[in-house]
Ligand binder design. Structure first.
Ligand SMILES: [Zn+2]
Length: 192
């Protein structure tokens, strides 16, 4: 798997990371498991990018389930769905199905729910630039992690504190493992 970062720095776009895994899995299938083994630093980069995949991603339930089954710790910088290894595992499984059934997921455009990491980083550095909804969620999550309250977050984002509170409630629910996309689990139902 050859990994090239899009901006020359040690960053890997999340959509690019998913494409790399899918391409590698295709190559692996075609070559009967003889692709080049990536360097550990590259794998770390890849996994860090994959943790940014959103909870609404089609393979999120598989990734999350695998991560819980393996008792992995969820990395603090990601979306809290699964660790990078389990995202990679889930994407490879999915790509095998795509190949087996001759689907054309390969040519699909990147999911609009991907977070623009560069825009978020610039915004967090104090720059004022328009943000889409996925980026607003990510800024909310990061500012909360830095200890900011709803008022400070809504002031920075220029939106109502109610909107921010709704987002924070949803994020808190996700952190407890009740991902709305997967559906309500028995445990979550008991809590509610
Ligand atoms: Zn995991």
């Amino acid at each position: 798997m050859e990994i090239r970062t899009h901006d020359g720095a040690h960053r890997l776009d999340v959509a690019q990371a998913e494409r790399l895994v899918r391409q590698d899995e295709r190559a692996r299938l075609a070559a009967q498991g003889t692709t080049t083994v990536p360097q550990p630093a590259e794998v770390q980069l890849l996994h860090a990018a994959l943790t940014l995949l959103p909870a609404g991603h089609p393979v999120a339930p598989i990734a999350g389930e695998a991560c819980r089954a393996f008792d992995h710790a969820t990395p603090p910088h990601g979306q809290g769905v699964a660790c990078g290894r389990c995202w990679e595992y889930a994407i490879r499984c999915d790509e095998r199905v795509v190949v087996e059934f001759g689907l054309t997921k390969d040519d699909e455009k990147p999911d609009p729910s991907y977070v623009d990491e560069i825009a978020v980083a610039r915004f967090m550095d104090g720059e004022s630039l328009p943000l889409g909804e996925p980026e607003r969620w990510e800024v909310t999550r990061r500012m909360r992690a830095q200890g900011h309250g709803p008022w400070a977050i809504s002031d920075r984002l220029g939106e109502s504190s109610q909107a921010v509170r709704r987002r924070l409630d949803a994020l808190a629910g996700r952190a407890q493992g009740s991902t709305p996309v997967v559906g309500v689990t028995d445990e979550a139902a008991q809590v509610a």
